[in-house]
Design a protein. Sequence first.
Lengths: 304, 440
Amino acid sequence: MEYFTQQLINGVTLGSVYGLIAVGYTMVYGIIGMINFAHGDIFMVGAFTSLISILALGTMGVASVPLVLILTLVVTASLTSLYGWTTERVAYRPLRGSFRLAPLITAIGISIVLQNMVQVTQGARVKPMQPMVTGGYTLMEANDFAVRVSNIQIVIVLVTLVSLLGFWYLITHTTLGRAQRACEQDMKMASLLGVNTDRTISITFILGAALAAVAGLMFLLYYGVIDFFIGFVVGVKAFTAAVLGGIGSLPGAVLGGLMIGLIETFWSAYFSIEYKDVAAFSILILVLIFRPSGLLGRPEIEKV
Amino acid sequence: MSGRFVSFDLGAALKDSFLASLVALGLAVLILGMKTQSGAGQGLDLVTRWGAVGIAMAVVFAGRFALRLYWSYRAGRLPQPGAAARTVGGLREWLARQLRFFVPAVVGLAFVLPFLPFSDRYIIDLGILVLTYVMLGWGLNVVVGLAGLLDLGYVAFYAVGAYSFALLAIHFEMSFWLALPLSGILAAFWGVLLGFPVLRLRGDYLAIVTLAFGEIVRIVLLNWYQFTGGPNGLSGIPRPSFFGLPFSPNDDVMSFSKFFGLEFDPMHRIIYLYYLILLLALATNYVTLRLRRLPIGRAWEALREDEIACKSLGINVRNTKLTAFAIGASFGGLAGCFFATRQGFISPESFSFIESATILAIVVLGGLGSQLGVAVAAFVLIGVFEVFREISQYRLLAFGAAMVLIMIWRPRGLVGERKPSIALGKARAISADMVAEGKG
């Protein structure tokens, strides 16, 4: 029971990171119907800008940890958003209205470019970082096994909650969000009614990248090790989460992220750590066999 | 009309280029401007490189300005869209006429390549590599290009073929020619295995499940030490023999060189491998072209265009999809079998997602469904970038950038036209832009 609780806490932490990235996938899919394959690498860029920003702030003499984290969050979110915006501008906008596989290929191309750009500029070795947020609380203790929730886990879950709440408010209560939802429902009609669709799509990419940057910072703080290749595995799992929850559905993305995080953690804890990805992918396949549109997705009605 | 620079607004272009260079500054300031290095202590040190950031900004400024210049030049050159379309159409028709000579010429060149004076070991090895990708591209073309099923895990079948041959040869001493069809059949089984659960899925759901399938296969290969050797892979895979005659300098056995009374030369094996993959690739092409004329091939193409129409016309969608997966997979398996015997060593590293992405890129860049386009794209992507091996650090960077640029330049692929497999009277090719594609 104690072991179970501990794994539950770990799983929710991991799931929050996946959920943040999955939101970016699902939003882009909802609005322009493409898999943004480069999103995982945008997350990786977010993790790297976080690392560099923390180090740079350290050399500038900013010592207080909360201040460093908040400044880093701002820096990484804005710079990574710029990456998201540029990606859309360079690789996806010229192909809007083209046939559906074309942006998929440019997305894979951008993913390769981002990965190798970071590899060339920052080196291929893994980058370790000293833990910044330490300490934690012991929740319960029995049979020599203490259930601990560390401060960094609390920070991750809280930051995720705040980001998602802010994001939810943005989507449901602002003009911008209304434009975004309108484009998602019917791009042509929205544009006829005066919504600047190009701008709305750009903002979607910026928001998605900002959430991915937050996830990148959280990942860096939690694991303390990053390299240029983390974007692929984490990105694929986050996309799996988005599909599991029903692609296009924002609550679905968060739910899917939590599920993938929990499945992965429990599988590693109780069965084998080597096959945790196999478990996550197999569950994805199983869910899709029985619910082809995901857990919370609307079934696609096809008309002739 | 001559190329005049009409309506070129220098101020606006400069402003635009300046903004672009500011974006470049934002992108580069941390990732390029500061390098993390292992420092003296435990942590990381930062090394600044502001010069590189400046260069990046200058390059982006110049590039953006050149692009603006080109745009206004193009706007001045083309009088009206209608006339432009006509000239391009005329050029295209002229090219299409030359194609009749182009294809036999290329195939002929491929056949004599090992005996051309400039062909050394490097050129032939490169030829083998390109042909392997041509074959993989043609195999995937059945699934993606003809049946319209987006498969992001094609490399799994390549892996199945390679491991099948390796294991059969190591444990049962099976010869290449016996294992080759077996590899194809086993890969086809795996294709059906993947095909069954994804029958009901469409579009991007299909894409992610095939990707997951490819990853599952790779992870299992990586972790099942007893069977696959794990990350160490399998080594000691027998080299191919010429119908039972080994390529060996040893005079005690009946070797290839002894049988034909030749001096032993390691090049013999390379040339033999080259012809092997050339024939395998041509066989793939031939089988695909013939299948396209059969009812099953026409059903694939119909499925790509519109699944609902297919169903209402009484086409068995399930069997159509499964055969497409099985046949595409079996070609991948054959290529994998060849890969294993050529390398003599295989490990899961050779079968990562980037391979699937490369093969898919070859198919899409070549033009979906176009056999010629796939061959051209494989040559461009694999052959040309292999030449840049000296600057291998930047090779993949350039590869990714080229994928983006070619796609923006020609979204329908290099040979983006559709020719009906069967037609009343003369078959006329049309631009692929005219064809609406279903969401298979």
